[in-house]
Design a protein around this ligand. Structure first.
Ligand SMILES: [Zn+2]
Length: 500
């Protein structure tokens, strides 16, 4: 057997474990009864342990390293597979096992403690865990790449090639161009929420409408399904098993609708990846940022556009006649694009959203530059909320404790959310040069848009880097100006009669 054949054989075995663990985790997050978890956790930890050994086993290390040193005999796709395998291997292999085990335990504990801290809005309860996690992250980053800035090591985990320098430049543009514009919009916004937004919409009908949307967007039911869960998410094992979830809020139907379209974006991406990658480690979306660009593209560029609702508002209105019969399309469109200062990131509108991410990026950067103590984080958070969104944070649950990411050790993740939105705008303008986007959306021809995205982005899976994808699709490297242009065009039209 050649080294590459041995590599494929071990990888196939790893994939079998991934499938089993993946299905168990889908079940845990959707239908598993509460009482099953102690037994389940114990059994699954055995399977995870086996899987971990397989990923770090001597035989696997030997073939990956040998292939990495001698890539000339491999074709382009095989080289990409090996490069990725080597990167993944180094990620765990450079960390001493003792530290790895201790860190995994810490993260498990810390998520539970964060939940409790959030419930009681008590940062001090979470503080010792956060301190330990930060210390660990710095240590792990050092093990993995002693010559690199620790935050760069973490940023690269979530978006290949992104660094402090590049994010600084991106967020500088956001700060200079967007912050003053948001202030202008917030000064003229309506203070009152239109009543149709918070009216009661029966859950079973919401579900019916989400199923209608799955048809509109061309979700392939032979390759996936929809369930309910507390937090909406998309899950997949390969291109022919892609599932997503929605949460139906009776008093906030638009949260269900737009979260559904968002997850549909993630799901369509996965369903449209070429199945030649199923048996490789390149089978998923290119990166966090590119994935988020697709979900946001479907959610915002399509789902929150006037053309989309020109096609589908009559259907929504007929299904929810008591709530919407007196709401014109124009008022509906304004209502679903309403800008407001909010404490909570996940409830933020499209325009203020990047400012929530800016705050998190600036804080993470300070943490890894050793410029702030954990003790001072809540005050720093609150200061930035005041600076960027003019809000006084009254308790930590609405402030620094709102997101799960830090308790799960996911530092470096947040910036990809803003990056994904910015990518989506750059892709949007490139698409408009080739397709009559407005007409396709209005004529309910989403299929043509899906096809364009499949040919230009989706089909490649992870075989192209985010950088290569952007260059291929838009003809230029990442450029945040498109994002600023998109937001300014959309919101000046909505709030400032088209003037900036
Ligand atoms: Zn997403």
């Amino acid at each position: 057997m050649s080294d590459f054949e041995s590599f494929k054989a071990i990888q196939k075995k790893q994939k079998a474990y991934q499938l089993v663990l993946g299905i168990a985790s889908w079940d845990s997050n959707t239908e598993a009864p509460k009482a099953c978890f102690p037994y389940r956790s114990e059994m699954l930890s055995i399977v995870s342990g086996e899987y971990f050994s397989m990923q770090t086993g001597d035989e696997y290390k030997k073939v990956v390293n040998a292939l990495y040193e001698n890539m000339d005999d491999l074709n382009d796709i095989q080289q990409k597979e090996i490069r990725k395998a080597k990167k993944d291997l180094d990620k765990i292999d450079k960390i001493p096992k003792k530290d790895f085990v201790e860190y995994s335990k810490l993260v498990n504990m810390s998520q539970r403690e964060w939940e409790e801290a959030k419930e009681n809005s008590d940062f001090n309860h979470f503080k010792p865990y956060l301190e330990k996690i930060i210390k660990f992250k710095k240590k792990i980053a050092k093990y993995r790449n002693p010559d690199e800035h620790p935050y760069n090591v973490l940023l690269d985990d979530f978006e290949e090639d992104m660094t402090i320098e590049k994010y600084d430049e991106f967020f500088k543009t956001v700060k200079e161009e967007l912050v003053p514009f948001v202030k202008k919009i917030l000064a003229v916004k309506d203070d009152e929420m239109p009543s149709f937004i918070t009216a009661k919409y029966p859950k079973d009908k919401q579900k019916e409408f989400v199923e209608y949307l799955m048809g509109v967007f061309g979700f392939d039911y032979d390759k996936g399904l929809l369930k309910e869960s507390v937090h909406p998410f998309t899950w997949n094992t390969h291109s022919k098993d892609v599932r997503f979830t929605v949460r139906y809020l009776e008093n906030y139907v638009f949260s269900s609708i737009f979260a559904a379209i968002h997850e549909l974006g993630h799901a369509l991406y996965e369903q449209q990846i070429d199945d030649m990658f199923d048996m490789t480690n390149l089978k998923s979306g290119a990166s966090m940022g590119i994935h988020e660009s697709q979900s946001r593209f479907y959610e915002n560029m399509i789902g929150r556009s006037r053309m989309f609702w020109e096609a589908h508002y009559p259907k929504l209105q007929s299904m929810f006649s008591p709530q919407l019969k007196n709401v014109s399309l124009d008022d509906f469109y304004k209502g679903i694009n309403r800008v407001d200062e909010t404490f909570i990131r996940v409830e933020a509108d499209e325009l203020t959203y990047p400012l929530h991410i800016l705050i998190r990026y600036e804080i993470e950067r300070m943490i890894f530059e050793d410029e702030v103590e954990v003790d001072d984080l809540p005050a720093l958070w609150n200061k930035k909320m005041k600076q960027y969104l003019n809000l006084e944070v009254e308790d930590d649950a609405q402030g620094i404790l709102q997101d799960v990411h830090w308790s799960a050790g996911m530092m470096g993740y947040f910036p990809t959310y803003a990056l994904g939105s910015a990518y989506s705008a750059q892709i949007y303008y490139a698409m408009r040069e080739q397709l009559d986007f407005d007409k396709l959306v209005k004529d309910n021809d989403i299929e043509a848009i899906n096809k364009w995205l499949q040919q230009n982005i989706h089909c490649f899976g992870k075989s192209m880097t985010p950088k290569e994808i952007l260059k291929r699709v838009t003809g230029e490297p990442f450029n945040p100006k498109h994002y600023i242009r998109y937001l300014k065009e959309k919101y000046s039209e909505l709030y400032l009669n088209g003037k900036e």
